[in-house]
Design a protein around this ligand. Structure first.
Ligand code: SF4
Length: 364
């Protein structure tokens, strides 16, 4: 029996990025961002596809210039996953990508400048059904807010967001989402908690500049985990100084850990100790590398000995318990004995068979 904990999600208004809904009870969307030169259309298309293959629901692409806007149009035409254009200040870029095709504009209305320019961007978004993402970042708070608060604080982040939101409210444009990112976990969490009670729009979660692969993943898991466990958050990005594909994987791992959303294999493995009957760590590493392509949602247990092995294996779709002999379980029942020399091959085969069976059952 799996323990089921229910997270009551904050109610939010739904927006639509292409065919991906965000908010309003939709599955929490996992995002990442390309780090190629947007002018290099081929490289960027390649990275967008790699991110989509890894499960990204939405991909953000920087569009710093009008030339990049033209390149963005070609990238958009070459991929299926919804794309967010990341734009700062220059409303002409927003207008151009809207014309060429974009699924969301990441632009802060308060940074565009003149009222007529803001109105032109919002009208273009409205005409085409393009939502806007307001993105507040502790590193780029408005000067007067920096002065007022002395340093970035949750209240400063929220005040900054409310300024941008106020502009969209005045233009009667409710189709937006908001992010409030800081690299400090508690600052980010407190800011989102505060804003969550003040607006109905979906929230895009992230800890900005979280760090490298390991420290950034841990920081993101703690910060996003706190919010997600409270039901806050409609889409997320894990920011890592690493290959963006890793951001998508870590994003799913966070959702998987909270039982919110699954993709691929959920590997349950013991840390191993001197009781292990086979090399658990080597087996797990090899399995992870071999099974990267499987998107089927399933639990697999790899446990070194009979202390915890049978209990975990009985709860998993496929399980392996160390012993003399080692026992491979399928659907919670002992299936056959396996020797140490062939156990990775046998596990892989059993997992692939089970994944095919689950997929076929899903189709029928
Ligand atoms: S399950 Fe067995 S091998 Fe694994 S850590 Fe526990 S006692 Fe050690």
């Amino acid at each position: 029996m799996q323990y089921l904990h229910t997270i009551r999600r904050r109610k939010s208004r739904r927006i639509q990025l292409g065919d991906v809904p965000v908010g309003g009870g939709a599955p929490i969307a996992v995002q990442s961002m390309t780090n190629t030169d947007t002018l290099d259309v081929e490289a960027t298309v390649g990275q967008v596809r790699a991110l989509a293959d890894a499960g990204a629901d939405i991909v953000r692409v920087s569009v710093p210039t009008l030339d990049a806007a033209e390149a963005f149009g070609r990238i958009r035409a070459a991929v299926d996953v919804p794309l967010v254009a990341d734009i700062h200040f220059d409303h002409r870029i927003a207008l151009r990508v809207a014309e060429l095709g974009v699924d969301c504009l990441r632009i802060n209305p308060g940074n565009i400048g003149r009222e007529d320019r803001v109105r032109a961007v919002v009208d273009s978004a409205r005409d085409r059904g393009i939502p806007i993402r307001i993105g507040v970042n502790a590193g780029s708070l408005e000067k007067d807010l920096q002065k007022k608060y002395g340093e970035p604080t949750p209240a400063a982040l929220v005040e900054s967001a409310l300024r941008h939101i106020d502009i969209l409210d005045r233009l009667d444009y409710p189709d937006f989402k908001v992010s409030l990112k800081a690299s400090d976990v508690f600052m980010t969490v407190d800011a989102y908690r505060e804003l969550a009670g003040q607006i109905e729009q979906p929230l895009h979660l992230g800890i900005t500049e979280a760090g490298g692969m390991r420290s950034g993943s841990v920081k993101s898991a703690i910060g996003l985990g706190m919010l997600l466990a409270e039901g806050i958050g409609d889409t997320l990005r894990v920011s890592l100084a690493a290959d963006p594909v890793e951001e998508v994987k870590v994003g799913f791992d966070i959702l998987k850990s909270l039982g919110i959303r699954s993709r691929g294999i959920n590997l349950i493995a013991c840390p191993s100790c001197s009781r292990q009957e086979f090399d658990v760590i080597k087996t797990v590493n090899e399995l992870e590398a071999r099974l990267d392509d499987i998107n089927t949602n399933m639990d697999v247990a790899v446990i070194g000995c009979v202390v915890n092995g049978p209990g975990e294996a009985r709860e998993a779709r496929v399980g392996l318990t160390g012993g003399t002999p080692n026992l491979l379980y399928v659907d919670g029942r002992p299936d056959h004995k396996v020797g140490n020399e062939t156990l990775v091959d046998e596990l892989e085969r059993a997992i692939r068979d089970k994944a095919r069976e689950i997929e076929a059952a899903g189709r029928s």
